[in-house]
Structure formats: structure tokens, C-alpha cells
Design a protein around this ligand. Sequence first.
Ligand SMILES: Cc1cc2nc3c(=O)[nH]c(=O)nc-3n(C[C@H](O)[C@H](O)[C@H](O)COP(=O)(O)OP(=O)(O)OC[C@H]3O[C@@H](n4cnc5c(N)ncnc54)[C@H](O)[C@@H]3O)c2cc1C
Length: 366
Amino acid sequence: MKSAADFTVIGAGVIGLMTARALRQSGASVTVIDQNAAGQESSWAGGGILLPLYPWRQAEAITRLVEYSLSLYPALMATLLADTGLDPEWTPCGLLMTQNPDIEAAKAWCQNAHIRYADATAAQLEAFSCTRVNPLWLPDIAQARNPRLLKALKQDVLNKGVQLIEHCQVTGFIHQQNRIGTVCTTLGEFSPGQLVMASGAWTGALFERLMPDSSLDKPQIAPIKGQMLVFAAEPGLLPCIVLDGDRYLIPRRDGKILAGSTVEQEGFDKTATTHAKQRLHSFATELMPTLARYPLIAHWAGLRPGTAQGIPYIGKHPTIDNLSINAGHFRNGLVMAPASAQMLADILLGHPTALASGPYQLDNPH
Ligand SMILES: Cc1cc2nc3c(=O)[nH]c(=O)nc-3n(C[C@H](O)[C@H](O)[C@H](O)COP(=O)(O)OP(=O)(O)OC[C@H]3O[C@@H](n4cnc5c(N)ncnc54)[C@H](O)[C@@H]3O)c2cc1C
């Protein structure tokens, strides 16, 4: 059996890597295991918008994590860039929202969250062909280029001495009463110390498979497929993120423009479909007709870790002493990651948490 680190994290997505980083910064030894290469699943596939799509329509528990994360993001991105030389392209490009029937709720939410807003101007909307309902402009909303953020995070945890074991699938646990004594994997057995489940969309199924005992508390997390397209456009063509109904365009610094996304319940099937490609292409080119001049260069799908209300599970398992969870971030895992990681690290290290942790515990509704 391989020797025990203080903490073993299952899953090297944005949640697992940021949790590992926060734990390692306390001086603890940390091992991260992933069945794939690090950062290649939902955290790679996402758009990287650092705000929920309509945050005023979300649960309060999401707002709390979002506000906390937004306070951490700028310094975290600057530190990652300085320490790794890899640029996560954190860019406060602003967010234009074309349709806000609930404008009063939107403005009240922005005021409470100290997020600047203004009515969108005719000039800002000129390039778009869409229905306009109280269009709103949030000038400080940022994006991260998530594949690059994941590369930087991976490099940073390696630099800090985290042991990262890739292409190693967790296949079973051996319980000893109220402890996990052994983690079984395709590369052998590990003695886990404290075990952190940060396995994204796979976390619910992993719990079911590994803990068939129905009396144990388990997270209800289901895979929700999301598809995206990218156009090879030019820098400056689209200056900001645009949200139109439930779909959006995101401009990267090099001019590429992402169009997303779908929300589909297809189990663990990650096939990118022709139907979704056509629908997203029509959405993008109807919203911004000039985009039709640029080639579509990629199309992919990822699996979001879906929970009923989108509230993640962050905390210790109520009955298994050395087991904890940080998963179920659904559509907002990139924006909620720094706060979620810090909260779980604080809980596991016995530090006070910046936010009340109650809403995220396994025995609360998600
Ligand atoms: C199309 C799309 C657009 C999105 N846009 C945004 C956005 O704009 N903003 C935002 O905040 N969020 C967005 N999201 C959501 C966000 O991507 C997710 O909430 C977030 O990435 C979840 O991170 P994670 O680390 O929990 O999961 P993942 O990144 O999926 O990581 C989980 C890891 O666990 C590993 N794993 C699973 N099972 C095992 C096992 N048995 N053994 C070992 N390893 C295992 C996997 O290989 C994987 O690497 C989007 C998602 C999609 C799909």
C-alpha cells in the first residue's frame, strides 16, 4: 500500500486542484488522483464566465460563495501568473445582458453584491440582433480562460509539492467502521489519511458505487451535459461577454469567440452532436451577424456536476470520519472554486470559515 499523505483528493478539476492548493499552503502533505490528465473534464469544457448567468435567480447560498470568490479572484490570478509564468487570462471585459424582465431584482442584487451596473447603451447593442428587454451592462464582470487557468493551477500545485497522480481511476474503498481505510485504484491501493471527494459530475455515482449502504448520507449529483462552439474571429470584434436569454458569447484575448451552451441530461455521454452544433451556430450568427464570416473551429461537450438547486456540497461526511466532499458546483464551478476550496480547507484544518458552512453540508437540501 502506498504511504499516506495527510490529504488525498480525488479529482484534479478546478475544485480538486484549488482545494489541494489551499490545503498544501498550510504545510500539509497532499496527493491528488485523477482518472484522466488533470483539468481535462468540466473545468476545461466550461466558458469561464465569473458570474452565474442570472445570479438574482439563484439560491442565496450561491450568491455567498460567488461574492467571496470574486473577492479572491484578482489576487489569485495575479499570483498564479507570477508563480507559474502561465497566464489564466483573467480579464474583466464586462457582461452585457440583453433581456432582463426582472430588472428590479437584478439591480437590487447588484447593489447588495457591490457590483457596478448601468443601463446598456444603444452603441453597445448596435452589433447585436436580438430582443431587448431592459438591457443591462455590468462593466466589472470578468472571465478566466479556463483551460489556461487549469494549466497554471496544475503547475502551481506541482511547484508547491503536491503529489499529482494522473490516469489513475479510483475503483473502490475499504471501510473500517467509520473510516475509509483503503482507496483502491487502477494503480494500486492508497492509505488516504483524510479523503476529499472532488470528482465533479462523477461524485454522485462514485458514492453510490462505493457506498451501497442506503443508510449513509450521499450527495445527489448528476451529470448535465453542456456543449460549446468556438469561432476563429479577430481581437476586438467582440469587446465583452454577451448573455442573450440562456445562451452567451465569450471573447478570448486572441479573438476567438465561444458560443454556449446547451443543458442536457444524457447521463455520462459526452458526444458533441450535430443538432447542438447547428443550434449554437444559429444562435451565435443570428445574435451577431458578423460572426458568420468567421470559421467555426471547434465544438465540444463537458459534464457539469448538477445538483437540484446548483448548491455545492462542501464539508465533512456526517458519519465517516476521514471523508469530505467538495463537489456539485453545476453551472458555476469556475466562479465558486476559490471560495469553495478555501471553505473546505478551513473546515478540515479547524480554522474559522469566512462564510457560514451550514447550507453546503450533506444533510441540507441542495
Ligand atoms: C459547457 C460548459 C460551460 C460552463 N461554463 C461555466 C462558466 O462560464 N462559469 C462557471 O463558473 N462554470 C461553468 N461551467 C461549470 C464548471 O465547468 C463546473 O462547475 C466545474 O468545472 C466543476 O469542476 P470540478 O472540479 O468539480 O469537476 P471536473 O472539472 O469535471 O473535475 C472532476 C475530476 O474528477 C475526475 N474523476 C472523476 N471520477 C474519478 C475517479 N473514479 N477516479 C479518479 N478521478 C476521477 C475527473 O477525471 C475530473 O478530472 C461550465 C460547464 C460546462 C460543461
